[in-house]
Write a new protein. Sequence first.
Length: 201
Amino acid sequence: MSEIVVSKENVRGTASGVMFMAFFGTIWADVGIGGLQELGSIWLLILAVLIGAALFFSGIALIKGSRNLSNTNSRNSKDVGRWFNIVFAAEFALIIIAAIICNSVGHFDWFFPVMAIIVGVHFFPLAYLFKVRLYYVTGMLFCLLASVTLLLFVPLKISFGQHQINLWWTLVGLGSMLILWVTSLLNLSKGRRLLWMARNQ
């Protein structure tokens, strides 16, 4: 059996996953905290930013740790980069269209659940492109979270004492945050394992 050679490209690709999931997980945290409305606290947002930043800088540490590894600038990696840009652009365009439609029909509260479905679907081609099976699970969890929120009669708003909560935004926002941060942590664990393998190969 041939020995697996870990390249700089392997580690940096995983590190990019750590940072992307950390950043967008923090964005979703802001959505969830916004859904809490008056119950939302600046301290919750600060905590979310600190957690997201810790994950993000852990990804940067992986990149720094890979500096002395050999690089493999293959044509395949350039093709993957091109298709990633296409998938990302399509996702962005669909999110803009969803925002316009939800706003124009007077149901902007639908926007974040619909956005979560779009984000979830975009993970499937990414899983194929990067050969990361974890992203299939991430995508399915996103779609499941949004579908359950929309289809299982979860009330849009509930009262908590004298405060109102936008339950859709809170569930989808905080749920998406959790999904992305767990994905980031799993990527981080994989990246550290790759660095360990590289140092012992």
